[in-house]
Design a protein around this ligand. Structure first.
Ligand code: TRP
Length: 330
Protein backbone atom coordinates (compact mmCIF):
# COMPACT_ATOMS: atom_id res chain seq x y z
CA UNK A 1 0.00 0.00 0.00
CA UNK A 2 1.21 3.45 -0.90
CA UNK A 3 1.67 6.01 1.86
CA UNK A 4 -0.66 8.98 1.94
CA UNK A 5 0.67 12.51 1.37
CA UNK A 6 -1.48 15.54 2.03
CA UNK A 7 -0.91 19.26 1.86
CA UNK A 8 -2.93 22.45 1.76
CA UNK A 9 -2.16 25.70 0.02
CA UNK A 10 -3.76 29.00 0.93
CA UNK A 11 -5.30 31.07 -1.86
CA UNK A 12 -3.69 34.32 -0.77
CA UNK A 13 -2.31 35.68 -4.03
CA UNK A 14 -0.98 34.74 -7.44
CA UNK A 15 1.56 31.91 -7.10
CA UNK A 16 5.09 32.91 -8.11
CA UNK A 17 8.03 31.02 -9.58
CA UNK A 18 9.41 30.47 -6.06
CA UNK A 19 6.18 28.68 -5.07
CA UNK A 20 6.41 26.61 -8.22
CA UNK A 21 10.00 25.46 -7.76
CA UNK A 22 9.82 25.20 -3.97
CA UNK A 23 6.39 23.67 -3.39
CA UNK A 24 4.29 22.83 -6.45
CA UNK A 25 6.90 20.91 -8.40
CA UNK A 26 8.16 18.85 -5.40
CA UNK A 27 4.55 18.05 -4.40
CA UNK A 28 3.77 16.81 -7.90
CA UNK A 29 6.93 14.69 -7.76
CA UNK A 30 5.79 13.22 -4.42
CA UNK A 31 2.41 12.35 -5.92
CA UNK A 32 4.15 9.86 -8.21
CA UNK A 33 5.01 7.61 -5.25
CA UNK A 34 2.19 8.43 -2.80
CA UNK A 35 -1.57 8.56 -2.67
CA UNK A 36 -1.79 12.32 -2.72
CA UNK A 37 -4.48 14.64 -1.41
CA UNK A 38 -3.84 18.29 -2.23
CA UNK A 39 -6.32 20.98 -1.35
CA UNK A 40 -7.04 24.67 -1.40
CA UNK A 41 -7.12 25.92 2.18
CA UNK A 42 -9.71 28.62 1.57
CA UNK A 43 -10.99 28.79 5.14
CA UNK A 44 -7.44 29.32 6.34
CA UNK A 45 -7.19 32.23 3.91
CA UNK A 46 -10.28 33.76 5.51
CA UNK A 47 -8.10 34.73 8.48
CA UNK A 48 -6.44 37.32 6.23
CA UNK A 49 -8.53 37.75 3.07
CA UNK A 50 -11.79 39.50 3.89
CA UNK A 51 -12.86 40.54 0.43
CA UNK A 52 -15.42 38.34 -1.32
CA UNK A 53 -14.42 38.86 -4.95
CA UNK A 54 -10.72 38.73 -4.15
CA UNK A 55 -11.05 35.44 -2.27
CA UNK A 56 -13.13 33.95 -5.07
CA UNK A 57 -10.62 35.04 -7.71
CA UNK A 58 -7.69 33.69 -5.73
CA UNK A 59 -9.33 30.31 -5.23
CA UNK A 60 -9.82 29.93 -9.00
CA UNK A 61 -6.35 31.20 -9.72
CA UNK A 62 -4.75 28.73 -7.31
CA UNK A 63 -6.79 25.81 -8.64
CA UNK A 64 -5.90 26.74 -12.24
CA UNK A 65 -2.23 27.06 -11.27
CA UNK A 66 -2.08 23.52 -9.86
CA UNK A 67 -3.91 22.04 -12.80
CA UNK A 68 -1.81 23.97 -15.32
CA UNK A 69 1.34 22.86 -13.51
CA UNK A 70 0.46 19.25 -14.26
CA UNK A 71 -1.67 18.07 -11.35
CA UNK A 72 -3.78 15.23 -12.73
CA UNK A 73 -7.12 15.18 -10.87
CA UNK A 74 -7.56 11.53 -11.86
CA UNK A 75 -4.49 10.64 -9.83
CA UNK A 76 -4.41 13.28 -7.09
CA UNK A 77 -7.45 13.97 -4.92
CA UNK A 78 -7.70 17.71 -5.46
CA UNK A 79 -10.36 19.63 -3.54
CA UNK A 80 -11.35 22.73 -1.70
CA UNK A 81 -11.30 22.68 2.09
CA UNK A 82 -14.64 24.50 2.36
CA UNK A 83 -16.32 21.67 0.41
CA UNK A 84 -15.55 19.19 3.19
CA UNK A 85 -17.92 19.83 6.13
CA UNK A 86 -16.32 16.96 8.07
CA UNK A 87 -13.21 19.15 8.51
CA UNK A 88 -15.15 21.64 10.58
CA UNK A 89 -16.86 19.12 12.79
CA UNK A 90 -13.49 17.55 13.51
CA UNK A 91 -12.07 21.01 14.22
CA UNK A 92 -14.51 21.44 17.10
CA UNK A 93 -13.86 17.96 18.49
CA UNK A 94 -10.11 18.55 18.36
CA UNK A 95 -10.44 21.94 20.00
CA UNK A 96 -11.77 20.12 23.05
CA UNK A 97 -8.53 18.11 23.16
CA UNK A 98 -6.26 21.13 22.80
CA UNK A 99 -4.95 23.09 25.73
CA UNK A 100 -5.25 26.81 25.22
CA UNK A 101 -1.63 27.21 26.29
CA UNK A 102 -0.51 25.21 23.28
CA UNK A 103 -2.17 27.73 20.98
CA UNK A 104 -0.83 30.67 22.99
CA UNK A 105 2.62 29.49 21.93
CA UNK A 106 1.83 29.13 18.20
CA UNK A 107 4.18 31.36 16.21
CA UNK A 108 1.65 33.44 14.27
CA UNK A 109 -0.49 34.21 17.31
CA UNK A 110 2.54 34.84 19.51
CA UNK A 111 4.02 37.21 16.92
CA UNK A 112 0.77 39.22 16.89
CA UNK A 113 0.72 39.38 20.70
CA UNK A 114 4.39 40.37 20.85
CA UNK A 115 3.86 43.14 18.28
CA UNK A 116 0.88 44.47 20.28
CA UNK A 117 2.80 44.33 23.54
CA UNK A 118 5.67 46.17 21.89
CA UNK A 119 3.24 48.82 20.64
CA UNK A 120 1.78 49.19 24.14
CA UNK A 121 -1.75 48.17 23.11
CA UNK A 122 -3.96 45.32 24.32
CA UNK A 123 -2.11 42.04 23.61
CA UNK A 124 -5.05 40.65 21.61
CA UNK A 125 -5.77 43.84 19.72
CA UNK A 126 -6.74 43.07 16.10
CA UNK A 127 -6.42 39.31 16.64
CA UNK A 128 -9.47 37.35 15.59
CA UNK A 129 -10.28 33.90 16.90
CA UNK A 130 -9.66 32.48 13.43
CA UNK A 131 -5.97 33.32 13.75
CA UNK A 132 -5.92 31.76 17.20
CA UNK A 133 -7.71 28.60 16.03
CA UNK A 134 -5.72 28.30 12.82
CA UNK A 135 -3.55 25.41 14.08
CA UNK A 136 -6.60 23.34 15.08
CA UNK A 137 -8.23 23.76 11.69
CA UNK A 138 -4.96 22.65 10.14
CA UNK A 139 -4.79 19.63 12.46
CA UNK A 140 -8.31 18.67 11.35
CA UNK A 141 -7.31 19.00 7.67
CA UNK A 142 -4.51 16.56 8.28
CA UNK A 143 -5.96 14.08 10.78
CA UNK A 144 -9.22 13.61 8.90
CA UNK A 145 -7.35 11.83 6.11
CA UNK A 146 -5.05 9.60 8.22
CA UNK A 147 -2.12 10.77 6.17
CA UNK A 148 1.49 9.78 6.75
CA UNK A 149 3.44 12.67 5.29
CA UNK A 150 2.73 16.36 4.97
CA UNK A 151 5.08 18.23 2.64
CA UNK A 152 5.42 21.76 3.97
CA UNK A 153 7.89 24.59 4.25
CA UNK A 154 10.03 25.09 7.33
CA UNK A 155 7.58 27.77 8.56
CA UNK A 156 4.87 25.10 9.03
CA UNK A 157 6.93 22.79 11.23
CA UNK A 158 5.35 24.00 14.46
CA UNK A 159 1.87 23.43 13.04
CA UNK A 160 2.78 19.81 12.40
CA UNK A 161 4.08 19.46 15.96
CA UNK A 162 0.82 20.88 17.27
CA UNK A 163 -1.11 18.46 15.05
CA UNK A 164 0.82 15.53 16.50
CA UNK A 165 0.26 16.79 20.07
CA UNK A 166 -3.47 17.07 19.47
CA UNK A 167 -3.66 13.61 17.86
CA UNK A 168 -1.78 12.12 20.78
CA UNK A 169 -4.07 13.78 23.30
CA UNK A 170 -7.09 12.42 21.43
CA UNK A 171 -5.66 8.90 21.14
CA UNK A 172 -4.69 8.80 24.80
CA UNK A 173 -8.23 9.61 25.84
CA UNK A 174 -10.24 7.66 23.27
CA UNK A 175 -7.99 4.98 21.80
CA UNK A 176 -5.83 4.91 18.73
CA UNK A 177 -8.07 6.45 16.10
CA UNK A 178 -5.90 9.19 14.65
CA UNK A 179 -2.72 8.70 12.64
CA UNK A 180 0.28 10.80 13.64
CA UNK A 181 1.63 12.52 10.52
CA UNK A 182 5.28 13.25 9.74
CA UNK A 183 6.24 16.61 8.28
CA UNK A 184 8.21 16.38 5.07
CA UNK A 185 10.38 19.43 5.04
CA UNK A 186 12.28 19.41 1.83
CA UNK A 187 15.69 20.70 2.85
CA UNK A 188 17.23 20.54 -0.58
CA UNK A 189 14.31 22.27 -2.17
CA UNK A 190 15.17 25.22 -4.33
CA UNK A 191 14.83 28.55 -2.61
CA UNK A 192 14.97 31.21 -5.19
CA UNK A 193 15.73 34.85 -4.46
CA UNK A 194 13.23 37.52 -5.38
CA UNK A 195 13.98 40.60 -7.46
CA UNK A 196 15.60 42.31 -4.46
CA UNK A 197 17.78 39.32 -3.48
CA UNK A 198 15.79 38.29 -0.40
CA UNK A 199 13.90 34.98 -0.44
CA UNK A 200 11.11 35.22 -3.01
CA UNK A 201 7.94 35.86 -1.05
CA UNK A 202 4.61 37.57 -1.42
CA UNK A 203 5.16 39.29 1.88
CA UNK A 204 8.33 40.99 0.55
CA UNK A 205 6.55 41.93 -2.70
CA UNK A 206 9.64 40.77 -4.56
CA UNK A 207 8.11 37.91 -6.49
CA UNK A 208 8.12 37.03 -10.16
CA UNK A 209 4.61 35.75 -10.95
CA UNK A 210 4.33 32.30 -12.52
CA UNK A 211 1.52 32.52 -15.06
CA UNK A 212 1.34 36.13 -16.12
CA UNK A 213 1.44 37.81 -19.53
CA UNK A 214 4.81 37.88 -21.32
CA UNK A 215 4.69 41.67 -21.06
CA UNK A 216 4.31 41.56 -17.28
CA UNK A 217 6.95 38.89 -16.95
CA UNK A 218 9.40 40.99 -18.95
CA UNK A 219 8.63 44.04 -16.84
CA UNK A 220 9.20 42.12 -13.63
CA UNK A 221 12.47 40.58 -14.81
CA UNK A 222 13.71 44.01 -15.81
CA UNK A 223 13.06 45.10 -12.21
CA UNK A 224 15.57 42.60 -10.82
CA UNK A 225 17.95 44.66 -8.72
CA UNK A 226 21.65 44.59 -9.64
CA UNK A 227 24.62 46.81 -8.85
CA UNK A 228 25.53 49.49 -11.36
CA UNK A 229 28.60 47.91 -12.97
CA UNK A 230 29.17 48.76 -16.64
CA UNK A 231 29.03 46.13 -19.35
CA UNK A 232 32.82 45.75 -19.55
CA UNK A 233 33.50 45.55 -15.84
CA UNK A 234 34.10 42.11 -14.27
CA UNK A 235 31.25 41.05 -11.97
CA UNK A 236 30.83 38.59 -9.12
CA UNK A 237 28.24 35.93 -10.06
CA UNK A 238 28.04 34.68 -6.48
CA UNK A 239 26.87 38.04 -5.20
CA UNK A 240 24.31 38.66 -7.91
CA UNK A 241 20.67 37.65 -7.53
CA UNK A 242 20.12 38.05 -11.28
CA UNK A 243 22.72 35.34 -11.81
CA UNK A 244 21.20 33.24 -9.07
CA UNK A 245 17.69 33.39 -10.57
CA UNK A 246 19.16 32.73 -14.02
CA UNK A 247 20.90 29.59 -12.78
CA UNK A 248 17.54 28.08 -11.78
CA UNK A 249 16.45 28.12 -15.41
CA UNK A 250 19.51 27.92 -17.66
CA UNK A 251 21.09 24.66 -18.82
CA UNK A 252 24.36 23.69 -17.10
CA UNK A 253 26.69 24.65 -19.96
CA UNK A 254 25.07 28.08 -20.33
CA UNK A 255 25.52 28.68 -16.59
CA UNK A 256 29.24 27.95 -16.87
CA UNK A 257 29.61 30.24 -19.85
CA UNK A 258 27.69 33.06 -18.18
CA UNK A 259 29.74 32.66 -15.02
CA UNK A 260 32.91 33.12 -17.08
CA UNK A 261 31.49 36.17 -18.81
CA UNK A 262 30.65 37.67 -15.40
CA UNK A 263 34.21 37.13 -14.20
CA UNK A 264 35.90 38.42 -17.32
CA UNK A 265 33.60 41.38 -17.97
CA UNK A 266 31.72 42.06 -21.19
CA UNK A 267 28.28 40.83 -20.14
CA UNK A 268 25.75 43.54 -19.33
CA UNK A 269 22.89 43.00 -16.91
CA UNK A 270 20.41 44.08 -19.60
CA UNK A 271 21.59 41.33 -21.90
CA UNK A 272 21.29 38.70 -19.18
CA UNK A 273 17.82 39.91 -18.21
CA UNK A 274 16.69 39.48 -21.77
CA UNK A 275 18.17 35.98 -21.87
CA UNK A 276 16.48 35.18 -18.54
CA UNK A 277 13.16 36.40 -19.87
CA UNK A 278 13.43 34.02 -22.85
CA UNK A 279 14.24 31.11 -20.53
CA UNK A 280 11.43 31.74 -18.04
CA UNK A 281 8.96 32.52 -20.80
CA UNK A 282 9.72 29.21 -22.53
CA UNK A 283 9.56 27.39 -19.19
CA UNK A 284 6.06 28.67 -18.37
CA UNK A 285 4.59 28.91 -21.88
CA UNK A 286 2.73 25.61 -21.95
CA UNK A 287 1.39 25.94 -18.41
CA UNK A 288 0.36 29.51 -19.06
CA UNK A 289 -1.86 28.64 -21.99
CA UNK A 290 -3.53 25.89 -19.96
CA UNK A 291 -3.91 28.35 -17.07
CA UNK A 292 -5.52 30.96 -19.34
CA UNK A 293 -7.82 28.35 -20.79
CA UNK A 294 -9.00 27.22 -17.34
CA UNK A 295 -9.47 30.76 -16.06
CA UNK A 296 -11.63 31.47 -19.10
CA UNK A 297 -13.81 28.41 -18.39
CA UNK A 298 -14.33 28.28 -14.67
CA UNK A 299 -17.04 25.65 -14.90
CA UNK A 300 -14.26 23.23 -15.74
CA UNK A 301 -12.53 24.12 -12.48
CA UNK A 302 -15.80 23.85 -10.52
CA UNK A 303 -16.39 20.40 -11.93
CA UNK A 304 -12.88 19.16 -11.09
CA UNK A 305 -13.14 20.49 -7.53
CA UNK A 306 -16.58 18.98 -7.11
CA UNK A 307 -15.37 15.54 -8.10
CA UNK A 308 -12.33 15.97 -5.87
CA UNK A 309 -14.54 16.87 -2.91
CA UNK A 310 -16.62 13.73 -3.44
CA UNK A 311 -13.51 11.58 -3.41
CA UNK A 312 -12.15 13.34 -0.34
CA UNK A 313 -15.45 13.02 1.54
CA UNK A 314 -15.56 9.30 0.87
CA UNK A 315 -12.37 9.08 2.95
CA UNK A 316 -13.37 11.70 5.50
CA UNK A 317 -16.81 10.33 6.40
CA UNK A 318 -15.76 6.91 7.74
CA UNK A 319 -12.95 8.46 9.79
CA UNK A 320 -15.27 11.03 11.30
CA UNK A 321 -17.75 8.28 12.04
CA UNK A 322 -15.04 6.42 13.95
CA UNK A 323 -14.18 9.59 15.86
CA UNK A 324 -17.83 10.17 16.75
CA UNK A 325 -18.20 6.63 18.01
CA UNK A 326 -15.03 6.81 20.03
CA UNK A 327 -16.08 9.96 21.86
CA UNK A 328 -19.61 8.68 22.50
CA UNK A 329 -21.84 10.95 20.47
CA UNK A 330 -22.85 8.07 18.23
N1 TRP B 1 -0.92 26.59 7.00
C1 TRP B 1 -0.45 26.18 5.69
C2 TRP B 1 0.37 27.33 5.09
O1 TRP B 1 0.18 28.46 5.44
C3 TRP B 1 -1.60 25.82 4.77
C4 TRP B 1 -2.33 24.62 5.26
C5 TRP B 1 -3.61 24.59 5.74
C6 TRP B 1 -1.84 23.30 5.30
N2 TRP B 1 -3.95 23.33 6.07
C7 TRP B 1 -2.90 22.49 5.83
C8 TRP B 1 -0.61 22.69 4.96
C9 TRP B 1 -2.73 21.13 6.02
C10 TRP B 1 -0.46 21.31 5.14
C11 TRP B 1 -1.52 20.54 5.67
O2 TRP B 1 1.17 27.09 4.22
Amino acid sequence: MKKIALTGIKPTGAPHIGNYLGAIQPALELAKTHDALYFIADYHALTTVKDRSLLKEQIYSLAATWLASGLDPEKVTFYRQSDIPEVFELTWILSCMTSKGLLNRAHAYKAAVDANTEAGVDPDSGVDCGLFYYPILMAADILLFSCHVVPVGQDQKQHLEITRDIAQAFNQTFGKVLTLPEPLIQENVKTIPGIDGRKMSKSYKNEIPLFTTPKNLKKRINQIVTDSKEVNEPKDPDKCNLFSIYSHFAPADAIVETRNRYLSGGLGYGELKSELFDLVDAFVAEGRSRYDELMADRKQIDQILKEGAEKARSIAKPLLQKVRESIGVQ
